[in-house]
Design a protein around this ligand. Sequence first.
Ligand SMILES: Nc1ncnc2c1ncn2[C@@H]1O[C@H](COP(=O)(O)OP(=O)(O)OP(=O)(O)O)[C@@H](O)[C@H]1O
Ligand SMILES: [Mg+2]
Length: 359
Amino acid sequence: MSFLDVLLGRKHPPLVGLDISSSSVKLVELGQTASGEYVVERFATESFEKGWIADGQIEKFDEVAEAVRRVVVKSGTRTKHVAMAMPQSSVITKKIVLPAGLREEELEMQVESEANQYIPFSLDEVSLDFCVIGPSPTSAGDVEVLIAASRKDRVQDRQGLAEAAGLKPVVLDIESHASRLAVSRLIRALPNEGRDMLVALFEIGAETTSLKVLRDDELLYDRDQAFGGSQLTQLISRQYGFSFEEAEQKKLAGDLPEDYEQTILNPFVDSMAQEVGRALQYFFTSTPHHKVHYVMLAGGSAALPGLKERVTAQTGFASMIVNPFEGMKLGSSVRESKLRREAPSYLTACGLAMRRFLQ
Ligand SMILES: Nc1ncnc2c1ncn2[C@@H]1O[C@H](COP(=O)(O)OP(=O)(O)OP(=O)(O)O)[C@@H](O)[C@H]1O
Ligand SMILES: [Mg+2]
């Protein structure tokens, strides 16, 4: 932050959150009122065609860059600085313990030598980053350091996308950290500020469903599964003979034949609720826990009609659909009904936008 920013009271220079995932790019810009409440200033999304991004890898760079450019224009933002994220599958993270009070260069050297031991690439192919988390809870006089490493070409791809759209990447986070940041705000809004509660967060996207179990700021469990809304699109495309893109469009618009609900949607929602139940069972069998206090459903497919009710029935736990903008004020250019409808898919983008106030 520059001296001028401080002088002019621009404590947090503008920054937008840009979430580039397998099905779309989503942009969120947050502001803050004088009393510290978040304000949703802008949000927008542009969808990708299937295959533009596969397994977190950008396969069609120009097409994706063009979509990023469109989402910026559509959102109306004038902010150039962006916070982006790497998919968790492209990042290796590890916590290590080092003596407290090391100088920056010593710390760097230690981190590099530690990293050498477990990163399966040569270090010059890798972007390495680290931060000191705090004192070690187990050994006095030591600090915990989080190391994150990703292949350089993956990082450069993401940065290149932003730059091709005329943006300047200033934060490169990890997707799952960003969604945790956004959800921790919602957990604090639960009774008793969510203290000591086990919260199962499902992010049900297009290709992937992930389950994180959180307690306070601790991540107890984290699993990804290849399952998501694009399976439903596939079924629609096969049943009615549409292309994937047509089927996706009709699915979102609700523009489908009369028998759709009975023959396709309901059975799919049932099987999705079963997958959710099964994923929780795996958590219970591999940990000492046997219940969660809340099941939170996020990701675009969380909004499937009837899913929340069926998850509650299947698991017996209270379920809710995540709205990362819950409790935020709305800027003048934000349409509330649209925001509410699309909110669950903006969890990661919202967490990235929150980084503006946490640097
Ligand atoms: N209102 C809705 N009703 C039903 N499905 C929806 C709705 N909105 C979005 N979806 C579906 O949600 C999926 C996209 O969700 P999301 O944006 O969270 O995925 P993603 O992050 O791109 O995917 P992934 O996490 O797998 O990379 C798509 O399959 C889309 O069809
Ligand atoms: Mg996602």
